[in-house]
Design a binder for this molecule. Sequence first.
Ligand SMILES: [Zn+2]
Length: 434
Amino acid sequence: MVPTLACVVVLVPPAAATVARHRRVAARHAHPLAQRKATHGTAAGGGRDAARGASEPALVHVHVRKGDTLWALLAAHGIAPAEARSWLAAAAPVYDLHSLHPRRGLTLRFDRATRALDALRYEIDDRSLLVLERTPEGIHATRTGLPYFTEVKGTAGRIEHGLREDVIHAGAPPRVVAQLADIFGWELDLDHDLRPGDEFRVLYESTWQAGETRSEPGTVLGAEIVAANRAVTGIFFEDADGRSGYYRPGGEALGRDVLRYPVEFTEITSEFTSRRRHPILHLFRPHLGVDFAAPLGTPVRAVAAGMITFAGWARQLGRCVRIDHVGALSSAYGHLSRIAAAVMPGTTVAQGQVIGYVGASGLATGPHLHFALYRDGEYVDPLAQMAAAQPRIPEQERRDFERVEASVERQLAALPLAGGTPTVSRSDATVRPE
Ligand SMILES: [Zn+2]
């Protein structure tokens, strides 16, 4: 049952006079961030998928790329500079976190209730790990052996009900479904384009921590969806500098500059776009936006890289964030319960970065995200936008990509459609005692 959501659209498009300025600002800030991929830090998926409301902490796996600093990565997850300093200082006697290496794993653990960072783990090298934990006495730092190993799992099946239900029923975790939605979101309308009998195949990493009874889903390495006899394949590729993305066979990018979903697909309970009667004001208003119903506190992601132009209270929209992007695009996110700490006017954000959390602030009867997109100050339908494709595989990476492509396609083809989650391969790393 879908509760009636109140959402008055008072999101007035930016006045014409300010459009030129917006465009200039967006262009100036666009360059480095525009290249950032959705997969950065699994921000594309967020990693906070376990049972909502449970007291267990939320783990976020951050993917480190060339040039990343701990400051920027922590800021991207809502950690204020003063707090970031205390984590760096605590690490210093064990390891200098100022120098992060591309492709090394960084895991942040947040208290689910307070959203405070309570632990941080970083892979120093192939065999050791820096572990930082918040204790009543302060932040405690240790160096230990790598307490986990990663295996590759595969799941395939046919659509019976919908991607969400069927992929989970076949044995893959919800986080994998959320990643599939980010990979294929612009190729297929996952709620409407899939029909019974269509097929899916997915390969994903799964990490076992020592002493844990279940594994943590990681990056989707490859996936294929066959809808109406048309196959779309996405292959994960990461270069030596840690830049990564999803590509079609042949090397064309599958990813786009704008994420289709500002909230993880698996958290969305319903979508509204139509003009409708407002339940509080009892009058019809044009609805310039898409409302995504999602549980209170669900992370809200910037759909594209850009610069924050507004973060605060905007009357009926309640707590609201606005972002300027390249190409005269801007986006707005309303009814937030909270705005992420590092999000303030003038700061830049990466695509997929968490900017706030779903709420019901302002004129709203239930928790939902009001999301709107503008081009040249004019409202555009976010779900109908065709965002620009990201660059294809560069020529110098082509050989490496072809190797990965061949391996992923072979493994996808070998998955039985009957379901189940066979382990496809296992990394050489074994569980090392501390
Ligand atoms: Zn709305």
